[in-house]
Design a protein around this ligand. Structure first.
Ligand code: UT7
Length: 332
């Protein structure tokens, strides 16, 4: 058994300046602030408007924020894991470009794709590299430019998603802090419920796929909601039980920000009061791979060494899971 644990030692984040509010959306599709707020908890989201800028731009900004705040030399980073569902382009790995742009010249990099669970699965992956003892600094970035795959005439999807990125640094810890346990799951039953039909190897881009709007996200919201509510709560409860944790022992739930009602159902099952639940969905919407690290950025100043955190996510595929972490540092 390895005695090295993988601790999060720094966080960074970035969201674009442009704010797309519910009221602006109501001028674009048949919706209103009241419907969006009560059904999802979202009030506004950020959109990367500038042409020619993709997910890598968001990721680079988040990574730079982390490097500056933690005074980390990018040359010391061993690997960069890029969690994303919206890579800059097919084939050319986005993480490789990001690593080079931030000066992580001694790192190797790859993209990790698991829809809204990309970052959570990336936490597990990063931890394994650290626990092996071979890697000392692993940078995990979660970034998505969801606006690049959203149909802004479809009121069922355009109200939910936003653009954003967050980054965390994993390093070895000899006090037993960091990642303690994980419960990761997937089920291909979800393939038809949340997807983009065209542009992949089954249905390559054509004039027909463009005309049929098959390059946008399609979501069967009700089905995804049903699976998300039960599965996110299930894994969170299970990881608590097998680590002998009660609601009193947990300081924070760090949930994927897809819908406030899904988050509320999970925290209720965990018997956690609202003040122990990280929430920023009202200002960013669902940024897919960005949600978990952006929560850490917003709540970093309230986190104390030794705090018990449960991360939980649910996403397309389906993919879902929970990761139990002991926080490794006091507010800086
Ligand atoms: O992060 C990846 C995983 N994704 C998720 O976890 C998302 C899970 N799903 C959801 O969050 C919810 O299903 C939505 C927020 C997408 C939708 O909420 P809902 O409560 O499931 O609404 P619904 O689809 O059952 O629609 C209810 C009604 C329908 O009208 P009728 O058929 O009852 O007349 C919709 O047409 O609301 C209508 N509707 C809207 N009305 C105003 C759907 N979208 C809108 C809208 N504004 N934007």
């Amino acid at each position: 058994m390895s005695t090295i644990t993988a601790a999060i030692t720094a966080v960074g984040g970035y969201v674009p300046d442009y704010v797309l509010s519910n009221d602006i959306l109501a001028t674009m599709v048949d919706t209103n602030d009241e419907w969006i707020t009560t059904r999802t908890g979202i009030k506004e989201r950020r959109i990367l408007k500038e042409k020619g800028k993709g997910t890598s731009f968001l990721a680079i900004e988040a990574a730079k924020d982390l490097l500056t705040k933690s005074n980390t030399d990018p040359k010391d980073i061993d690997m960069v894991i890029m969690a994303t569902a919206t890579p800059d382009m097919p084939v050319a790995t986005t993480g490789v470009y990001v690593a080079t742009q931030i000066g992580a010249v001694n790192a190797f990099s790859f993209d990790l794709v698991a829809a809204c669970s990309s970052f959570l699965f990336g936490m597990s992956t990063a931890a394994k590299y650290i626990e092996s003892g071979r890697y000392k600094k692993v940078l995990l970035i979660g970034a998505d430019k969801m606006s690049s795959i959203i149909d802004y005439t479809d009121r069922t999807t355009c109200i939910i998603f936003g653009d954003g990125a967050g980054a965390v640094l994993f390093e070895p810890n000899d006090e037993g802090l960091g990642v303690q346990d994980e419960l990761l799951r997937s089920d291909g039953i979800g393939r038809e419920s949340l997807k983009i039909d065209a542009g992949g190897s089954i249905l390559p881009a054509s004039q027909e796929t463009l005309a049929n709007k098959q390059h946008y996200v399609y979501q069967d919201g009700k089905t995804v909601f049903k699976f998300a509510v039960s599965n996110m709560a299930d894994v969170s409860e299970k990881i608590m039980k097998r680590n002998n944790l009660t609601g009193d022992d947990i300081q924070w739930l760090v949930p994927h920000q897809a819908n406030k009602r899904i988050i509320d159902a999970t925290s209720r099952r965990m018997k956690l009061p609202e003040e122990k639940v990280m929430m920023n969905i009202h200002k960013y919407g669902n940024t897919t791979s960005g949600t978990l690290p952006l929560c850490l950025v917003d709540y970093e100043s309230q986190l104390k060494k030794g705090d018990n955190l449960v991360f939980a996510s649910f996403g397309g595929g389906f993919t879902w899971g929970a990761v139990y972490v002991k926080w490794a540092y006091d507010p800086k």
